[in-house]
Ligand binder design. Structure first.
Ligand SMILES: Cc1ncc(C[n+]2csc(CCOP(=O)(O)OP(=O)(O)O)c2C)c(N)n1
Ligand SMILES: [Mg+2]
Length: 312
């Protein structure tokens, strides 16, 4: 990781974002009957959306979306309010926490459980921005399973033809529920597909947040300067089942271990210890602080007013 340089405060912010995501997921995993965690995929979500500025648009994949909400300025209380159907939630309980968003912060909600439409509607945002002559860039996240749908292929072609300011980031965790992506994709890397539509594309180590962010930054710059779309296949691994009740018995033990050793949060911590000269104690104090902020916000929100039929 050492070859890619970011200012120390940017690295700390990435670390904080990954911890917020991991801790919210852990709480949901433990407390809810059913949850879809992004364990192990935080470098993709936090890396891909970390450079967006005020006029840009975020269109996150459902898995790990809460980390993106936080990056875009939603408070922990608002995010948790969305999970618990509280009156402080942006949608007043009409959208579940994972599928939420906030138009005022230019975060497109995925709205339904149907996969694929966020790719086309996100591309529509990029087209609207271009027609208006704005400088905003759209980053769209989606899974490797979702990438097999026609939506991505139609929109990639269109984005190229219309030279749209958009970066497509595939959160390639190698699984669609229990199916292995190499069983349902004809290419090893989805970047090959995008290249077929003449869209600049690459595969990046999705467990290295510095690499993800650097690659997405290049795509954002291309888009902002009128260079059109970019496609990034961020290769990562779903550390665990599709949802909390799935024990992922179809994942091989040695493979699980290999990827656990590549945990993106530990990866960044090692970089901070070795390159930024922070101590293990500093890292653990910081982790504990993020955890208590998440748990305090949760305790505050859980006892607040819930949405009722009368809520407006
Ligand atoms: C159009 C559509 N087909 C199938 C499903 C059922 N489904 C829900 S999550 C999921 C897995 C999607 O895999 P991927 O896009 O790789 O995302 P991941 O869950 O791995 O993050 C599927 C098939 C759906 N919600 N929508
Ligand atoms: Mg997947």
């Amino acid at each position: 990781m050492s070859e890619i340089k970011f200012p120390a405060e940017v690295v700390w912010h990435m670390y904080e974002g990954m911890l917020v995501s991991r801790m919210l997921d852990t709480k949901c995993f433990n407390d809810f009957a059913e949850w879809y965690p992004a364990f192990g995929e935080e470098a993709v979500t936090i890396g891909a959306f970390g450079s967006l500025i005020e006029g840009d648009f975020a269109v996150p994949h459902y898995r790990g979306s809460m980390g993106v909400f936080w990056l875009r300025g939603m408070s922990l209380e608002q995010i948790i309010g969305g999970l618990l159907f509280k009156t402080n939630s942006v949608s007043l309980g009409r959208l579940s926490g994972l599928h939420g968003g906030d138009f005022t912060k230019k975060i497109m909600p995925s709205v339904t459980n149907v996969l694929g439409p966020n790719i086309s509607s996100g591309t529509g945002l990029a087209m609207a921005e271009k027609l208006k002559g704005g400088k905003g860039v759209t980053v769209i996240g989606f899974g490797d399973g979702t990438a097999a749908l026609g939506t991505l292929h139609e929109t990639l072609n269109m984005a190229k033809i219309y030279n749209l300011p958009v970066v497509y980031v595939c959160q390639d965790n190698q699984y669609s529920i229990s199916s292995r992506s190499n069983e349902f994709h004809s290419w090893d890397s989805l970047a090959t597909w995008a290249a077929g539509y003449n869209v600049p594309s690459s595969r990046v180590d999705g467990n290295n947040i510095l690499a993800v962010r650097a690659e997405v930054d290049a795509g954002i710059e291309r888009a902002r300067n009128g260079g059109g779309p970019t496609f990034i296949d961020a290769l990562t691994f779903r550390m665990g089942g599709h949802l909390s009740t799935d024990k992922a018995l179809y994942q091989a033990d040695d493979e699980k271990l290999t990827w656990e050793n590549k945990d993106p949060i530990k990866n960044l911590e090692n970089h901070m210890l070795n390159e930024l000269g922070i101590s293990a104690v500093e890292a653990s104090v910081f982790r504990a602080d993020v955890q208590s902020r998440v748990l305090d916000a949760w305790a505050k929100v859980i006892s607040s007013e819930s949405v009722t039929l009368e809520s407006k």
